[in-house]
Design a protein around this ligand. Structure first.
Ligand code: MEV
Length: 365
């Protein structure tokens, strides 16, 4: 634990990570408790500045535990390279030529990633899309336990000239897409209605309030944005704790939320339709999750490596399932508070506590 004394990051290493370094900026790291995912218990490290996020996630995980814990599954860790080809005369003919060259292009991609191929990953499939003025080749790459941005960018650069030549155009952009919708995590939580009760409301009333809050988010993008912010409270905190790129996870989450043209909640809640008056509350989350357990910042950041050790997780798919569970837990905690006492009762005492600490620090009190 001494690793965390200096924020988990050696200043010398920080100086080599980014440019013009003048210091290290710290945030609290805490442990969310009570998480049970696919019948396995986890301590979940969270890095976050907002009071009550860790307590709320822990409380919600305890509720879900009474229903058997989170059930989660993650897609294979497939990221996608985008190669844009411009100035193509006949889009349909270009698409046909690229598709006919699938084997050759996949072999080129494999040759660019020998170490990933050795680890069992590599290019899996091609897809050709056309938009006004451009043809776009997607290359889907299984990145194994890496987040994979660099791997996919290598593929994009390695295939671009050939793709442009085959299409009869000139190459444009070559970069991953952060809308990695082939790398989603899906999490389900079930909570017995009676476990949701508060001193003022019985369990079924709280359950129905949470389901009504979900419908509000499903019907209204203004509410969906806040609903999803509550999910990202849990998601980002674990993504940051484990040394992953939270901007990429955020970009993927919100693009996915709007993928059918309307911004939607990433998680929804219902009373189990087969459960009668005492039906369980059932929550379901689906979102892209581009995170890894090797590579990137992890080489440099001892605190991030410690977080992974505390969790006991070494593979990207399990990490994705825990992050998704933390998101669903945070969402449940927020909706339960909103459907009962309101957010201030739980939130403000902790908020005042951090203000009081800040005042004491200023006054030396
Ligand atoms: C605050 O950080 C998050 C909430 O606004 C989420 C929500 O409204 O669902 C409480």
């Amino acid at each position: 634990m001494r690793i965390l004394d200096g924020g988990g990051l050696d200043p010398e290493i920080a100086d080599h990570m980014v440019e013009n370094v003048i210091g290290i900026y710290s945030l609290p790291v805490g442990l969310a408790l009570n998480f049970r995912v696919n019948d396995r218990d986890f301590l979940v490290p969270m890095v976050v500045e907002e009071p009550s996020v860790i307590a709320a996630a822990s409380n919600a995980a305890r509720l879900v535990r009474t229903g058997g814990g989170f059930r989660a599954e993650a897609d294979d860790p497939v990221m996608t390279a985008q190669i844009e080809v411009l100035g193509v005369g006949d889009h349909d003919a270009a698409k046909a030529r690229l598709e006919a060259a699938t084997e050759e292009l996949l072999a080129l991609a494999q040759a660019a990633l020998p170490r990933l191929v050795d680890r069992g990953g590599g290019a899996r499939a091609l897809e050709v899309r056309t938009l006004p003025g451009r043809v776009i080749l997607h290359v889907h790459v299984d990145c194994r336990d890496a987040m994979g941005a660099n791997l996919v960018n290598i593929v994009a650069e390695a295939l671009a000239e050939r793709a442009a030549h085959l299409s009869g155009g000139r190459r444009g952009l070559r970069i991953l897409t952060n809308l990695c919708d082939r790398r989603c995590v899906r999490v389900t939580a079930r909570v017995p209605a009676e476990a949701l009760a508060t001193s003022e409301m019985d369990g079924p009333a709280v359950r129905d309030g949470i389901a009504a809050a979900s419908r509000f988010a499903e019907d209204d993008p203004y509410r969906a944005a806040t609903h999803n912010k509550g999910i990202m409270n849990g998601v980002d905190a674990v993504v940051i704790a484990t040394g992953n790129d939270w901007r990429s996870v955020e970009a993927g989450a919100h693009a996915f939320a709007a993928i059918d043209g309307r911004y939607r909640p990433l998680a929804t809640w219902r009373a189990d339709p087969d459960g009668g008056a005492d039906a369980e509350l059932v929550g379901q989350l689906e979102m892209p999750m581009a995170i890894g357990t090797v590579g990137g910042t992890l080489h440099a950041h001892e605190g991030a490596r410690l977080a992974q050790r505390l969790m006991g997780v070494t593979d990207a798919k399990t990490l994705a399932m825990i992050v998704g569970s933390a998101g669903l837990a945070s969402n449940l905690a927020a909706l339960r508070a909103l459907a009962t006492d309101g957010i201030l009762r739980g939130h403000m005492p902790l908020h005042y506590r951090s203000h009081a600490i800040a005042r004491d620090a200023e006054t030396g009190g």
